[in-house]
Structures are given as structure tokens and as C-alpha cells.
Design a protein around this ligand. Structure first.
Ligand SMILES: [Zn+2]
Ligand SMILES: [Zn+2]
Length: 199
């Protein structure tokens, strides 16, 4: 359901039958209680048909499929063997991570530092004036920070914006309150520029 070549997820669409969207078209991710291996997320996404739909996606599809790890296999007619679609991509991703590059990063406001992150830690996304508002639940301190990034920053692994906007406080309270606050703050201008270099 994730295609690493087009960097798009496939979901059912009531109008078109099937639709393909990038991660930056997601609007909310919510981890379902219970399932752990894999963890399953309920997502809301903006569909090209003009409506918002809901879908389900596993943590493997969120975090590893964009790096080329895939359970899908195809028959390679040159070698006559079943092979995984993303093996070369996955090898390359592992080499880059070992070399200290991280596929996704964000700026944690309470910790005052950039941190590596996986898309399964993304919480809310909203398109703005040429940029994308992104609320991330920090895997280390668990606070929710809001960054302003480019769509490519979330869609393309290893494409990290050098400088991003950082909201000058964390989102707190219950999920519903955070959604409200997130929407309100995106127009507020309470963002400071921060560099995202991890070293
Ligand atoms: Zn649709
Ligand atoms: Zn943190």
C-alpha cells in the first residue's frame, strides 16, 4: 500500500475507488490501542477528490516502507527468483543511517534540540502558506512540538529542511484540545527559525 518509487500511499476512496496520497496529505495520525506488532494507526488524509477520508496504516508502512523495507516480493525474470521490491533502497537507507544521516528529523521545543524521528511519531499535519504545519510527539520526552516544514521534509526520507519554524511552546491537554490549539497557532506567527543540523 506504500509505493517507494512514487512515495505514495494507496487508500480506498468512496468517489474514485482508490487514491494515492503522499505522507504530507495526512492530516492526523492516531495509534489504535491493542495491536503492537505491527502497531496500527488510524489516519485522516486529504484526498485529491476534495474530501477527507479515513484509513488504516501500520507502523511498518509508515516508518520502514519509505526506506525500501517491504514485505512485497516479486518474481525477477532475470534471475528466476522471488525478490523483495526494495532491497537496494533498503541497503542504501541502512548505510546512510549508519553514517549518521537520519531519514526524518524535527525540532523538540522543550528540549531545545533537533531529534531524529519516525513518521509514526507525527501527530497532526496541516498545509499552510507554502509550508506544512507538523505536530510531533517527541519519542524521547513525549511532549508535542509544532514545526513548520516543507512538504518534502516529510515526504522524502533523508530530505531534511536545513531551517524550519518552531512554535514557541508545546501543545498540551487532551487530543481534542491539541487539535484546536494546533489549528489556531498555525496562523499566529509565534514561530522562530531553528536549524535542524543534528550534529
Ligand atoms: Zn477521495
Ligand atoms: Zn523531546
Amino acid at each position: 500500500m506504500y509505493d517507494a518509487l512514487t512515495t505514495r500511499y494507496t487508500f480506498p476512496c468512496p468517489a474514485r475507488g482508490e487514491t494515492r496520497v503522499r505522507l504530507s496529505a495526512f492530516r492526523a495520525l492516531d495509534r489504535l490501542p491493542g495491536a503492537d506488532h505491527p502497531a496500527v494507526f488510524h489516519v485522516v488524509f486529504d484526498c485529491p477528490c476534495g474530501c477527507e477520508h479515513r484509513g488504516l496504516v501500520s507502523d511498518v508502512e509508515l516508518d520502514w516502507a519509505p526506506l525500501g523495507h517491504s514485505s512485497e516480493r516479486f518474481l525477477n525474470l532475470m534471475t528466476d527468483r522471488f525478490e523483495s521490491t526494495g532491497e537496494e533502497l533498503a541497503d542504501l537507507a541502512v548505510r546512510r543511517i549508519l553514517a549518521g544521516q537520519w531519514p526524518w528529523t524535527f525540532y523538540c521545543y522543550p528540549e531545545r534540540r533537533p531529534r531524529p524521528v519516525f513518521p509514526s511519531s507525527f501527530f497532526l499535519l496541516a498545509p499552510g502558506d507554502g509550508s506544512l504545519g507538523l505536530a510531533v510527539r517527541c519519542p524521547a520526552c513525549e511532549h508535542v512540538s509544532v514545526n513548520l516544514v516543507t512538504p518534502e521534509h516529510v515526504d522524502l526520507p533523508f530530505h531534511n529542511d536545513r531551517e524550519i519554524g518552531v512554535l514557541q511552546h508545546v501543545l498540551a491537554g487532551d487530543a481534542e484540545g491539541m487539535v484546536e490549539e494546533f489549528r489556531g497557532e498555525l496562523d499566529s506567527g509565534h514561530f522562530d527559525a531553528r536549524r535542524l543540523d543534528l550534529d
